[in-house]
Design a protein around this ligand. Structure first.
Ligand code: WT7
Length: 695
C-alpha cells in the first residue's frame, strides 16, 4: 500500500504524451546524424589511444564487468587511493541500498562508518605529497588582463582561513551555509572551507533572483550567507549584495533572520560606500579573513554524512534540495573526472560552468581538485569582449581539457569560425559537452573547428541528482556517434523501461532508469524523503527514474532524447514549467498561464508561455514586458519567457486539465499535427490560439 500511495502521488506525469515528445525528438536527431555519419564513426587517433588511460573497448569491458559484478571490490580499491582518517569496516559489505518502494524506505549507503573529508583529499593531500607549489586555480577575470594564480599551498591556506572564520562565528558540522557568489576564486575556496569543517554548503547560482534565493534560504536556514558586493559580467554590473539584502528581508518577514553575511569586496564592480549595508550583521571578507590562521583542523566526517545540497527544478512544486553525502560523491566525482577526461598530471582543465550548478561542483571544483588538476576559474562570459574569449583563454593557460555546454557551442558557432581560428588551440586534447543533448551539427563544429578534428568529444549525460557522469564516451576507448552519449560509466547500470515499468532488452526506446544506485547518487531531498521517493522511485518500481527518455541502438549506445516530464532545459539550465507559470500568475493582471518548451536554435529549448489575462485587461506590449520582468524577478533572468502568446482561453479537458500536447504543437508551429481536439471542453479555443500566434 506504501507503493500504491507513492504511485498515486507521483503527480502529473503523463507517460503517453512523454513518449510522443521523445519520439519526435529522436527522429529529428537521427535524420541529422544520418546525413553526416552514414558511413563513419568518429574514433580517436592511434596516438591518442596509445596514451589514454582506457585504450580499448576490451579494457573498458573488463573493468565495467567487475564494476557491476563486484561493485564493493571495485570501489574499495579506488577508495584506498584516498585518505581515510578511519577506514570503513571491510569485514562488512561496502555498500547497502534499497531502490524498491515496495520493500520499504529508499536508501543508499557506501563505506558507512568510514571517516574522511573531501576538502582534505582535494587540497591537503596534494600539499602533503609535496605538490603544494603546483598550480591549483588559474583565475581569469571578466576583463582581459585581470587574473590570479593560486598554488595548492595557497589554496590550502585560504581554505583554512575561511574555515577558521566559519568556526569563529559558530558554524559547526552539519550546519548549512548559503553561498551566493560570482565566479571569483573565493567561490570554490568557500565551498572547500565548508567541507573542511563538515558544514553543508548550498550554493545558489548568482543569477537567481532575491525571491529564489529567499526560497532556498527558508528551506535550509543557513547560519551565514557568503556573498560579494557586486560583479561585472560582460558589460553588466550585478549588485549581488543588494539581492542578498532583499532575500534576507523576505526571509525576515517569514520568521527567519540571517545572523551574518560575509561580503567579498569586489571594488572592480562597486565601491564599499555604494554597497548596501546592515551594521551588526554584515562584515567585509577582506577585513576578516586575512586575520585568521592558515592552519585549521579537519573535521573528519562519516562517508554518509552530508557534503552539500543543491536546489534543482522538478516538474511540480518548489525546487528540490538535492542532498549529497561524502564518500560515494567523492569517489564518483574523482573517478569519473579521471577516466572521462583522460586526466594525467600536468593537464590544465577548464570547465565553463558556474559553481552555482552541479557541473560547477563536480567538474569545476571537486572532481579535478581531487585529482590534483590545475583548474581555470573564469568570471566572465564566452562572448566578452568578443566571441574569441574562450580560445584566447585556452591559449593563455595552455588548456588541455575543456568542458562546456551545447548552448555555448551553438552561440559561438553562430559568431563565425574566424573567432576560433585566430587562436592556436594546439594545447587542447579532450573536449566535453554537458547539460542537454548536443545536436550533431554543433558536435561536428566543436570537433572539426574547435578541436581541429584531433580531440575526442565526450558527450556526458548526468544530472544534479546523480552527482557525477553516468553515460559517456571514454575518449580513447570506442568510436563516437555524434549526438549519442554512448555507454555507461563504471558501476552504472542503466535500464530502458517501457510505460509499464518493464525493462527492455537490446535496441529499444523508453524511459531511462537505473537498476542499481550510482555511487554518487543523491541520498535524499533535504527535509523531504517522501518527495525523494515519490519523484524518483515511485514511477517505475525497483528503479531510479531519471526523467529522461532515451533510445538504445544496435551497438548498445544510448541516445538521450530529452525530459519526459514538465521540466524544460534552457541553455542547459533546468526549469520547471510550473515555476514559470506560478511566477506569471503572480502578476496581478495574469489570470492563468501555461508554459511549454519549444526548439530554440541557441538555447536548445526556449520558454513559450500562453497567458490568459484578467477580465477586461487588454493585450499590450507593455504588459508583455511586465510579465517577462515578473519572471525575471521571481526566478532569474535565465527563466524569462522567450514568447508570450496571448490566450483568451486554454485548451482543457472536461475535467479541467490543460492539454499541453496541443500547446506544444502550437508553440512549434506544427498546426497540422494538433491531433484529436474533440475531447476538449471547448474545442474553439484552439482556433483562437492559432489566430493569435505571433500577435
Ligand atoms: C538534465 C539534468 C548534470 C549536467 C548539467 C545539467 C539533461 C544533461 C545531457 C547530455 C542529453 C543531457 C537531461 C538531464 N542532460 N546532460 N549529455 N545529453 N541530455 O544538470 O540541471 O540536473 O539537468 O539535463 O535531461 O535529465 P541538471
Amino acid at each position: 500500500s506504501r507503493g500504491f500511495e507513492l504511485q498515486r502521488r507521483a503527480g502529473n506525469f503523463s507517460k503517453a504524451a512523454a513518449l510522443e515528445r521523445k519520439a519526435i525528438r529522436a527522429t529529428a536527431v537521427e535524420a541529422e546524424v544520418e546525413q553526416w555519419t552514414a558511413d563513419k564513426l568518429i574514433d580517436a587517433s592511434e596516438e591518442f589511444k596509445a596514451k589514454a588511460l582506457i585504450k580499448s573497448r576490451e579494457q573498458y569491458d573488463e573493468m565495467y564487468k567487475r564494476s557491476v559484478e563486484d561493485p564493493d571490490g571495485f570501489w574499495s580499491d579506488i577508495a584506498s587511493e584516498f585518505h581515510w582518517e578511519q577506514k570503513w569496516d571491510s569485514s562488512k559489505p561496502a555498500s547497502s541500498w534499497n531502490l524498491d518502494v515496495r520493500k520499504g524506505p529508499i536508501y543508499v549507503e557506501w563505506f558507512k562508518g568510514g571517516k574522511t573529508n573531501i576538502a582534505y583529499n582535494a587540497v591537503d593531500r596534494h600539499v602533503k605529497a609535496g605538490r603544494g607549489g603546483e598550480t591549483a586555480i588559474l583565475w581569469e577575470g571578466n576583463d582581459v588582463g585581470r587574473d590570479r594564480k593560486l598554488t595548492f599551498q595557497q589554496l590550502q591556506d585560504e581554505v583554512c582561513q575561511v574555515a577558521n572564520y566559519l568556526r569563529s562565528i559558530g558554524v559547526k558540522k552539519g550546519d548549512s551555509v548559503t553561498i551566493y557568489m560570482p565566479m571569483l576564486a573565493e567561490l570554490p575556496v568557500t565551498m572547500l572551507a565548508c567541507m573542511r569543517i563538515g558544514a553543508v554548503h548550498s550554493v545558489v547560482f548568482a543569477g537567481f533572483s532575491a525571491d529564489s534565493l529567499a526560497g532556498r534560504m527558508m528551506d535550509s536556514k543557513p547560519r551565514v550567507v557568503l556573498t560579494c558586493s557586486a560583479v561585472r559580467r560582460g558589460n553588466k554590473v550585478i549588485g549581488l549584495k543588494e539581492i542578498v539584502d532583499k532575500a534576507a528581508d523576505i526571509c525576515s518577514k517569514q520568521g527567519f533572520d540571517v545572523e551574518r553575511v560575509l561580503v567579498y569586496d569586489n571594488e572592480n564592480a562597486i565601491s564599499r560606500e555604494k554597497t548596501p549595508w546592515k551594521d551588526g550583521r554584515d562584515e567585509w571578507w577582506q577585513d576578516r579573513i586575512p586575520s585568521f590562521e592558515t592552519e585549521s583542523p579537519v573535521e573528519w566526517v562519516d562517508a554518509e554524512d552530508p557534503s552539500f545540497m543543491l536546489y534543482t527544478s522538478g516538474s511540480t512544486g518548489k525546487p528540490k534540495g538535492v542532498l549529497h553525502t561524502t564518500g560515494g560523491y567523492m569517489l564518483g566525482a574523482a573517478t569519473s573526472f579521471k577516466y572521462i577526461f583522460d586526466y594525467r598530471p600536468g593537464d590544465v582543465y577548464w570547465c565553463t560552468a558556474d559553481c552555482g550548478w552541479i557541473t560547477g561542483h563536480t567538474y569545476l571544483t571537486y572532481g579535478p581538485l581531487l585529482n590534483g588538476a590545475s583548474i581555470v576559474v573564469f568570471e566572465g562570459v564566452p562572448t566578452y569582449p568578443d566571441a574569441g574569449r574562450c580560445w584566447e583563454i585556452v591559449d593563455k593557460y595552455q588548456v588541455t581539457l575543456f568542458y562546456t555546454a551545447p548552448t555555448a557551442i551553438r552561440a559561438l558557432q553562430k559568431s563565425g569560425n574566424s573567432f576560433v581560428t585566430k587562436y592556436s588551440r594546439k594545447s587542447l586534447r579532450v573536449l566535453g559537452s554537458v547539460g542537454e543533448p548536443i545536436n550533431p551539427n554543433a558536435w561536428r563544429w566543436y570537433y572539426e573547428v574547435v578541436g581541429d578534428s584531433r580531440c575526442p568529444i565526450v558527450d556526458t549525460w548526468w544530472q544534479t541528482e546523480t552527482g557525477s557522469i553516468l553515460i559517456t564516451p571514454l575518449p580513447g576507448a570506442w568510436p563516437q556517434k555524434p549526438g549519442s552519449a554512448t555507454l555507461p560509466f563504471f558501476g552504472v547500470q542503466p535500464a530502458v523501461v517501457d510505460e509499464n515499468g518493464r525493462e527492455q532488452d537490446g535496441p529499444c526506446s523508453g524511459y531511462l532508469c537505473m537498476k542499481a544506485p550510482p555511487i554518487s547518487l543523491m541520498r535524499t531531498l533535504y527535509g523531504d524523503q517522501e518527495r525523494y521517493e515519490t519523484a524518483y522511485f515511485a514511477p517505475f518500481k525497483g528503479f531510479y527514474f531519471s526523467g529522461d527518455g532515451c533510445r538504445r541502438d544496435e551497438d548498445g549506445y544510448y541516445w538521450l532524447t530529452g525530459r519526459v516530464d514538465d521540466v524544460i532545459n534552457v541553455s542547459g539550465h533546468r526549469i520547471g514549467t510550473a515555476e514559470v507559470e506560478s511566477a506569471l500568475v503572480s502578476h496581478s493582471m495574469c489570470a492563468e498561464a501555461a508554459v511549454v518548451g519549444y526548439d530554440h536554435e541557441i538555447k536548445g529549448q526556449g520558454i513559450y508561455a500562453f497567458v490568459t489575462l484578467m477580465e477586461g485587461v487588454d493585450y499590450s506590449d507593455d504588459l508583455r514586458r511586465q510579465l517577462v520582468t515578473t519572471v525575471r524577478s521571481e526566478i532569474g533572468a535565465f527563466a524569462a519567457p522567450d514568447v508570450i502568446h496571448w490566450a483568451p482561453g486554454l485548451p482543457k479537458t472536461r475535467s479541467g486539465k490543460i492539454m499541453r500536447r496541443i500547446l506544444r504543437k502550437i508553440a512549434a508551429n506544427q498546426l497540422d499535427e494538433l491531433g484529436d481536439t474533440s475531447t476538449l471542453a471547448e474545442p474553439a479555443v484552439v482556433d483562437q490560439l492559432i489566430e493569435l500566434r505571433g500577435k
